[in-house]
Design a protein around this ligand. Structure first.
Ligand code: A3P
Length: 272
């Protein structure tokens, strides 16, 4: 009994806030919330709920501040944080490297065309007077030259952003998740994630159900006891109708960048 209580005491004392071992760095609207919530089903993973924006907006507050936002963990638990703006913000790879060059990095990718439309749907839901997608995406509606300075377009140039991370981190420290597969086959995508993070394979198909009303997977923590959770109504929004010719124009624009990404990442995401 003495040993047991000493053991518990040791464990409790060892529960402390730690800097993240792994980051979900992007990309916005690709399924980053779903991935984080799925990871939180794992008993050896802890993560703050909100995005901290430490490396882009609050870097001057220092690592001590950053650590204070983290949940308490035991030594063998992983601390994970997600802020999707990290992937596309210049200067962040170096900052993460300075925190720890061993940080594991996860990026969720989604077809950049649907990603942009999803991002626009979010914009429009928050600001109903926003210009139409076509008006924003083309510099000139007649020539249909794409406005590459529009943030929603720029975020989708994945190969360019990834190359900045690869200046600091080796490929084997990064995992690329398919946002499409995370919806189609969450359990098998989570198998790859758990393997990459060197976690026990705890999250399985028992944790997921397809919810036909929502049109997305919903999830639960424990295969027997708990109830199903779905992401809120801000995830899985209705997208506006976009003319096929506009879509086509964007697809053509992204194609060479996509192919560059596939060869850099060693994974073909099969986007059109
Ligand atoms: P849409 O709203 O365009 O469908 P993020 O969390 O990075 O902002 O990504 C949001 C996207 O996550 C949603 O975009 C949706 O397609 C996707 N997603 C993946 N799994 C989901 C789930 N279980 N429930 C709702 N949305 C999910």
């Amino acid at each position: 009994e003495y040993h047991i209580s000493r053991d518990i005491d040791f464990q409790v004392r060892n529960k402390t806030k730690r800097l993240p071992h792994a980051l979900i760095i992007g990309v916005k609207k690709a399924g980053t919330r779903a991935l984080l919530e799925y990871l939180r089903l794992h008993p050896d993973v802890r993560a703050p709920g909100p995005e901290t924006h430490f490396f882009d907006k609050h870097y001057d507050k220092g690592l001590k501040w950053y650590r204070s936002l983290m949940p308490e963990t035991y030594k063998d638990q992983l601390t994970i944080e997600k802020t999707p703006s990290y992937f596309v913000t210049k200067g962040i790879p170096e900052r993460v490297y300075r925190m720890s060059k061993k940080t594991k990095l996860i990026v969720v990718f989604r077809d950049p065309v649907t990603r942009a439309i999803s991002d626009y749907a979010q914009l429009a839901s928050r600001n109903p007077s926003v210009k139409s997608f076509d008006e924003m995406v083309f510099i000139n509606n007649e020539t249909r030259v794409i406005d590459t300075s529009w943030t929603l377009v720029k975020i989708g140039l994945y190969a360019l952003h990834l190359s900045r991370w690869l200046e600091y981190f080796p490929l084997n420290q990064m995992l690329f998740v398919s946002g499409e597969d995370l919806i189609r086959a969450p359990a098998s995508e989570m198998r790859r994630v758990q393997q990459f993070l060197e976690l026990k394979q705890h999250i399985t198909s028992d944790n997921f159900t397809y919810n036909y009303t929502k049109g997305f997977p919903c999830y639960k923590k424990d295969s027997s006891k708990s109830s199903w959770h779905c992401l809120n109504e801000e995830k899985g929004r209705q997208h506006p109708h976009i003319e096929p010719s506009v879509r086509q124009r964007l697809q053509d624009f992204y194609r060479p960048f996509n192919h560059r990404l596939f060869s850099m990442a060693g994974r073909d995401f099969n986007w059109s």
